[in-house]
Write a protein that binds this ligand. Structure first.
Ligand SMILES: NC(=O)c1ccc[n+]([C@@H]2O[C@H](COP(=O)([O-])OP(=O)(O)OC[C@H]3O[C@@H](n4cnc5c(N)ncnc54)[C@H](OP(=O)(O)O)[C@@H]3O)[C@@H](O)[C@H]2O)c1
Length: 250
């Protein structure tokens, strides 16, 4: 059985990836959709009646729930042609303002899950398959008032770059997606304590466009996918300027 597996498929960019997978040339025997909100995942088979979906309502921040996914994979023994990991969240605010439990939850969902999920999925990834991970432009440098989130996404970027090398001999393409602000439900939780800076509202990207570029970049085996001229400039600046200089202006 050949499948596409998408986490965070209940909202935002994960949702857009499901829609694009349905429009693409690739046909999958099943699309496995993962998130906590089952009611939203149940929407997919109703919308696309000709496609078979496997609904996995899992909290990926919890190790026992990852084990359930592992058991399902061992039972079905699928070949994964495309894996897209979108599940993640962030909370803006100073370290002293955010409850420690929420800071640790960010590390669990954004970092530990990437390590656990990848280890579970790798044996099932097909030769020539693709793996897409949602990092963020926040991965490019430390961010005061978004410290844990930015650090967690640096983890994702670093991890993806190493993983690429490790799976090169299996012809697996691995891409880290590093957008700036994207118009999704992300900010419902991220901006709960802090108002979103006005400039971020102005430069918010369309999720469909970010996702289209990410799929194309993965197809071309690009290490990083950065959407939009402004973010490309930011990426370049973060590479060539000392971070303390940029941080001075943030
Ligand atoms: N929006 C932005 O500005 C932006 C920019 C750069 C990077 N990103 C990254 O892009 C990814 C997707 O975010 P988005 O913008 O599409 O936000 P979103 O609309 O809030 O979607 C986040 C998805 O993650 C799932 N999720 C969160 N915690 C989970 C958990 N513990 N277990 C399983 N699923 C979980 C949510 O599903 P349930 O709630 O149903 O579980 C939801 O489907 C995230 O990793 C985010 O950090 C976002």
């Amino acid at each position: 059985m050949r499948i596409c597996l998408i986490t965070g498929a209940s909202s935002g960019m994960g949702k857009e990836f499901v829609k694009l997978a349905m429009q693409g040339r690739e046909k999958y025997d099943e699309i496995w959709v993962i998130a906590r909100r089952k009611d939203r995942l149940d929407h997919w088979p109703r919308l696309y009646k000709d496609q078979s979906f496997r609904i996995l309502a899992l909290d990926l921040g919890k190790e026992d729930q990852l084990k359930l996914l592992h058991e399902e994979l061992n039972e079905v023994q699928p070949q994964i042609d495309l894996m897209i990991h979108c599940a993640g969240f962030g909370i803006m605010g100073q370290i002293s303002e955010i409850p420690p439990s929420e800071q640790m939850e960010m590390v669990d969902v954004n970092c530990r899950t990437v390590a656990g999920l990848t280890s579970i999925l790798l044996p099932f990834m097909a030769e020539g398959s693709g793996m897409i991970y949602l990092a963020s432009a926040a991965a490019f440098l430390p961010q005061p008032d978004f410290a844990v989130y930015a650090a967690s996404k640096s983890f994702v970027l670093s991890y993806v770059r190493a993983l690429r090398r490790e799976v090169k001999n299996r012809n697996i393409r691995v891409t880290a997606v590093c957008p700036g602000a994207v118009k999704t439900e992300f900010f419902n939780r991220a901006a709960r304590q802090r108002h979103l800076p006005a400039y971020k509202k102005l430069v918010m990207a369309d999720p469909e466009k970010v996702v289209k570029k990410a799929l194309e970049d993965c197809r071309r085996n690009r290490e990083i996918s950065v959407y939009g001229k402004l973010m490309k400039l930011f990426h370049l600046a973060a590479k060539i300027l000392p971070h303390r200089v940029i941080l001075h202006f943030l």
